[in-house]
Design a protein around this ligand. Sequence first.
Ligand code: MN
Length: 200
Amino acid sequence: MYTLPKLNFDYADLEPIIDARTMEIHHTKHHLGYINKLIAGLEEYPELMKKDINELLRDFKNLPDEVKKTVRNNGGGHANHTLFWSILTPSKQAGPSGDLLLAIENSFGSFGEFKKQFETAAAGQFGSGWGWLIKNDKGDLEIITTANQDSPLMDGLLPILGIDVWEHAYYLNYQNRRPDYLSSIWKIINWEQVDKYFSK
Ligand code: MN
Protein backbone atom coordinates (compact mmCIF):
# COMPACT_ATOMS: atom_id res chain seq x y z
CA MET A 1 0.00 0.00 0.00
CA TYR A 2 1.20 3.47 -0.82
CA THR A 3 1.33 6.04 1.96
CA LEU A 4 2.35 9.68 2.32
CA PRO A 5 5.93 9.78 3.65
CA LYS A 6 6.63 11.85 6.74
CA LEU A 7 8.97 14.77 6.17
CA ASN A 8 12.25 15.07 8.06
CA PHE A 9 11.46 18.72 8.86
CA ASP A 10 8.52 21.03 9.57
CA TYR A 11 6.73 22.87 6.78
CA ALA A 12 8.15 26.24 7.89
CA ASP A 13 11.74 24.99 8.12
CA LEU A 14 12.59 25.64 4.48
CA GLU A 15 11.68 29.32 4.66
CA PRO A 16 12.48 31.70 3.10
CA ILE A 17 13.39 29.45 0.13
CA ILE A 18 10.07 27.58 0.17
CA ASP A 19 7.25 29.00 2.30
CA ALA A 20 5.33 26.93 4.86
CA ARG A 21 1.96 27.23 3.10
CA THR A 22 3.39 25.96 -0.19
CA MET A 23 5.05 23.03 1.60
CA GLU A 24 1.87 22.09 3.46
CA ILE A 25 -0.40 22.24 0.39
CA HIS A 26 2.21 20.49 -1.74
CA HIS A 27 2.63 17.63 0.73
CA THR A 28 -0.91 17.15 2.08
CA LYS A 29 -2.92 18.00 -1.05
CA HIS A 30 -0.83 17.47 -4.18
CA HIS A 31 1.29 14.53 -3.10
CA LEU A 32 -1.53 12.82 -1.21
CA GLY A 33 -3.76 13.36 -4.24
CA TYR A 34 -1.37 11.37 -6.45
CA ILE A 35 -1.26 8.56 -3.89
CA ASN A 36 -5.05 8.35 -3.54
CA LYS A 37 -5.55 8.32 -7.31
CA LEU A 38 -2.86 5.67 -7.73
CA ILE A 39 -4.52 3.44 -5.13
CA ALA A 40 -7.92 3.92 -6.80
CA GLY A 41 -6.43 3.21 -10.23
CA LEU A 42 -4.80 -0.03 -9.08
CA GLU A 43 -7.89 -1.29 -7.24
CA GLU A 44 -8.27 -4.28 -9.52
CA TYR A 45 -4.55 -5.08 -9.47
CA PRO A 46 -3.73 -5.94 -5.85
CA GLU A 47 -0.52 -7.71 -6.90
CA LEU A 48 0.77 -4.46 -8.43
CA MET A 49 -0.28 -2.48 -5.38
CA LYS A 50 2.10 -4.60 -3.27
CA LYS A 51 5.10 -3.52 -5.33
CA ASP A 52 7.49 -0.78 -4.35
CA ILE A 53 6.62 2.36 -6.33
CA ASN A 54 10.09 2.62 -7.88
CA GLU A 55 9.93 -1.01 -8.94
CA LEU A 56 6.53 -0.41 -10.56
CA LEU A 57 7.96 2.50 -12.58
CA ARG A 58 11.10 0.60 -13.61
CA ASP A 59 8.81 -2.15 -14.94
CA PHE A 60 6.51 0.35 -16.68
CA LYS A 61 6.77 -1.19 -20.17
CA ASN A 62 5.48 -4.54 -18.93
CA LEU A 63 2.47 -3.22 -17.04
CA PRO A 64 -1.08 -3.92 -18.27
CA ASP A 65 -2.21 -1.15 -20.65
CA GLU A 66 -5.19 -0.33 -18.41
CA VAL A 67 -2.96 0.86 -15.57
CA LYS A 68 -0.20 2.60 -17.54
CA LYS A 69 -1.82 6.02 -17.43
CA THR A 70 -2.36 6.02 -13.67
CA VAL A 71 1.10 4.59 -12.93
CA ARG A 72 2.74 7.15 -15.20
CA ASN A 73 0.87 10.16 -13.80
CA ASN A 74 0.01 9.24 -10.22
CA GLY A 75 2.71 6.64 -9.59
CA GLY A 76 5.24 9.03 -11.07
CA GLY A 77 3.79 11.80 -8.90
CA HIS A 78 4.19 9.65 -5.79
CA ALA A 79 7.77 8.57 -6.57
CA ASN A 80 8.92 12.01 -7.72
CA HIS A 81 7.60 13.83 -4.66
CA THR A 82 8.96 11.16 -2.30
CA LEU A 83 12.41 11.72 -3.79
CA PHE A 84 12.00 15.51 -3.79
CA TRP A 85 11.19 15.70 -0.03
CA SER A 86 14.12 13.43 0.76
CA ILE A 87 16.69 15.65 -0.95
CA LEU A 88 15.54 18.85 0.81
CA THR A 89 16.87 19.94 4.19
CA PRO A 90 16.84 23.04 6.37
CA SER A 91 20.31 22.28 7.74
CA LYS A 92 23.33 23.95 6.21
CA GLN A 93 25.07 21.68 3.73
CA ALA A 94 28.58 22.04 2.40
CA GLY A 95 27.64 20.89 -1.10
CA PRO A 96 28.57 17.63 -2.81
CA SER A 97 31.83 15.95 -1.80
CA GLY A 98 33.90 12.84 -2.47
CA ASP A 99 33.01 10.61 -5.42
CA LEU A 100 29.80 12.53 -6.11
CA LEU A 101 31.70 15.80 -6.49
CA LEU A 102 34.25 14.08 -8.75
CA ALA A 103 31.46 12.66 -10.90
CA ILE A 104 29.84 16.11 -11.16
CA GLU A 105 33.18 17.64 -12.14
CA ASN A 106 33.80 14.89 -14.70
CA SER A 107 30.40 15.38 -16.31
CA PHE A 108 29.99 19.16 -16.12
CA GLY A 109 33.42 20.66 -15.47
CA SER A 110 32.67 22.09 -12.04
CA PHE A 111 29.93 22.22 -9.41
CA GLY A 112 29.18 25.81 -10.44
CA GLU A 113 28.85 24.82 -14.08
CA PHE A 114 26.58 21.93 -13.10
CA LYS A 115 24.25 24.30 -11.21
CA LYS A 116 24.17 26.67 -14.16
CA GLN A 117 23.32 23.91 -16.64
CA PHE A 118 20.72 22.44 -14.29
CA GLU A 119 19.00 25.79 -13.77
CA THR A 120 18.94 26.46 -17.52
CA ALA A 121 17.49 23.03 -18.30
CA ALA A 122 14.85 23.13 -15.54
CA ALA A 123 13.85 26.73 -16.31
CA GLY A 124 13.45 25.72 -19.96
CA GLN A 125 11.12 22.80 -19.28
CA PHE A 126 7.96 23.99 -21.05
CA GLY A 127 4.94 23.79 -18.76
CA SER A 128 4.85 21.46 -15.79
CA GLY A 129 7.59 18.97 -15.11
CA TRP A 130 10.83 18.17 -13.34
CA GLY A 131 14.54 18.84 -13.58
CA TRP A 132 16.73 15.85 -12.78
CA LEU A 133 20.28 14.83 -12.10
CA ILE A 134 20.38 11.18 -13.13
CA LYS A 135 22.91 8.38 -13.21
CA ASN A 136 22.75 6.49 -16.49
CA ASP A 137 23.50 2.79 -17.08
CA LYS A 138 27.20 3.58 -17.59
CA GLY A 139 27.33 5.27 -14.19
CA ASP A 140 27.70 8.75 -15.70
CA LEU A 141 25.74 11.77 -14.54
CA GLU A 142 23.38 13.68 -16.83
CA ILE A 143 20.90 16.53 -16.47
CA ILE A 144 17.51 15.82 -17.98
CA THR A 145 13.98 17.18 -17.69
CA THR A 146 10.69 15.33 -17.85
CA ALA A 147 7.18 16.59 -18.53
CA ASN A 148 4.27 16.25 -16.12
CA GLN A 149 5.03 13.49 -13.60
CA ASP A 150 7.10 11.27 -15.90
CA SER A 151 9.79 9.48 -13.90
CA PRO A 152 13.32 8.84 -15.20
CA LEU A 153 12.89 5.32 -13.78
CA MET A 154 10.55 4.52 -16.70
CA ASP A 155 13.54 5.01 -19.02
CA GLY A 156 15.95 2.93 -16.95
CA LEU A 157 17.66 6.00 -15.47
CA LEU A 158 18.40 6.46 -11.77
CA PRO A 159 17.29 9.87 -10.45
CA ILE A 160 19.57 11.11 -7.65
CA LEU A 161 18.25 14.70 -7.45
CA GLY A 162 14.91 15.99 -8.70
CA ILE A 163 13.44 19.47 -8.57
CA ASP A 164 9.72 20.01 -9.01
CA VAL A 165 9.10 22.85 -11.49
CA TRP A 166 5.31 22.69 -11.48
CA GLU A 167 3.96 26.11 -10.53
CA HIS A 168 2.40 24.63 -7.39
CA ALA A 169 5.96 24.12 -6.09
CA TYR A 170 6.92 27.80 -6.12
CA TYR A 171 4.06 30.10 -7.15
CA LEU A 172 3.27 31.75 -3.78
CA ASN A 173 6.86 32.96 -3.28
CA TYR A 174 8.09 33.34 -6.82
CA GLN A 175 4.99 33.67 -9.08
CA ASN A 176 6.31 33.46 -12.67
CA ARG A 177 9.98 33.67 -11.62
CA ARG A 178 10.93 30.01 -11.95
CA PRO A 179 14.63 30.87 -12.47
CA ASP A 180 14.71 32.62 -9.06
CA TYR A 181 13.21 29.54 -7.39
CA LEU A 182 15.83 27.38 -9.07
CA SER A 183 18.79 29.58 -8.19
CA SER A 184 17.63 29.68 -4.54
CA ILE A 185 16.95 26.01 -4.07
CA TRP A 186 20.63 24.98 -3.81
CA LYS A 187 20.61 26.41 -0.26
CA ILE A 188 18.27 23.63 0.89
CA ILE A 189 19.61 20.61 -1.00
CA ASN A 190 20.51 17.61 1.15
CA TRP A 191 23.73 16.53 -0.57
CA GLU A 192 24.28 13.69 1.90
CA GLN A 193 21.05 12.15 0.65
CA VAL A 194 21.89 12.79 -3.01
CA ASP A 195 25.22 11.03 -2.35
CA LYS A 196 23.34 8.03 -0.90
CA TYR A 197 21.31 7.68 -4.10
CA PHE A 198 24.45 8.15 -6.20
CA SER A 199 26.37 5.48 -4.29
CA LYS A 200 23.63 2.83 -4.57
MN1 MN B 1 4.63 18.86 -7.03
